[in-house]
Design a protein around this ligand. Structure first.
Ligand code: ADP
Ligand code: ZN
Length: 221
């Protein structure tokens, strides 16, 4: 099973991906997490992508594909995978289609999460991430605060605010999304596997309900 999470930064892709991953028992792969891990470990790859990540720009397609292809060749994704943050451009989407076609696989569902713009900015700024690179839990000071301030519920590591959660960078990431990633919605619409749904606190539709709907929809596919 192959599931793709689409949506602007801070829609809650990662959080929904986690719920789906646990329910379906397949791993969720976040390109952003892989990239940040490489940066914090100071790998050659990490050095190449730092300038883009820091500005909230997209990492160039060839670098993204190099990293994701090798990750998708690992054993744990043989039975299925949830892709969170990849593809993010048309060339990436086309490259993924080719990769899957070679293995006689197809995309089962593209989950497109929609959240009002003002809510997104607010959410980004309130986001806190676990500093433990093997945990990567995500919190929100308003929507989903940790039990103990500044500490991860799951592993006890300190939480931090990502550099790209700062307001100017967050705004740029939204612009980059509109320009580069939003066209994928149309691309996947044509394939008939797109499932668009609202994830919004104001609309009182949060991750549990959204995940439940996605799982239901997958069952009826
Ligand atoms: P968010 O979902 O909050 O936008 P991510 O963790 O998915 O954040 O991505 C963080 C950064 O990593 C992006 O701003 C971009 O620089 C880089 N990145 C992640 N995935 C990709 C991708 N598929 N293509 C290009 N850049 C990417
Ligand atoms: Zn943690």
């Amino acid at each position: 099973m192959v599931i793709i999470m689409l949506g602007a930064p801070a829609t809650g892709k990662g959080t929904v991906a986690e719920v789906l991953s646990q329910n379906l028992n397949i791993p969720s792969i976040s390109s952003g997490d892989i990239f940040r891990k490489n940066m914090s470990e100071g790998t050659e790859f990490g050095k190449k992508i730092k300038e883009y990540m820091d500005k909230g720009e997209l990492v160039p397609d060839d670098l993204v594909l190099e990293m994701i292809t090798s990750r998708l060749n690992e054993d744990d994704v043989k039975n299925g995978v949830i892709l969170d943050g990849f593809p993010r451009t048309l060339p990436q989407a086309k490259a993924l289609d080719e990769m899957l076609a070679k293995e006689n696989k197809k995309i089962d569902m593209v989950v497109n999460l929609e959240t009002p713009r003002d809510e997104l900015l607010e959410r980004t700024i309130n986001r806190r991430n676990c500093s433990n690179k093997n945990c990567n839990s995500i919190y929100n000071l308003v929507l989903h605060p940790p039990k103990v301030e500044g500490i991860c519920d799951k592993c006890g590591s300190p939480l931090y605010q990502r550099d790209d959660a700062k307001p100017e960078v967050a705004k740029n990431r939204l612009e980059v999304y509109d320009r580069e990633t939003a066209p994928l919605v149309q691309y996947y619409e044509k394939t008939g596997v797109l499932y668009t749904t609202v994830l919004s606190q104001r609309a009182n539709r949060m991750k549990d309900e959204v995940s439940k709907d996605v799982l239901e929809k997958l069952k009826n596919n």
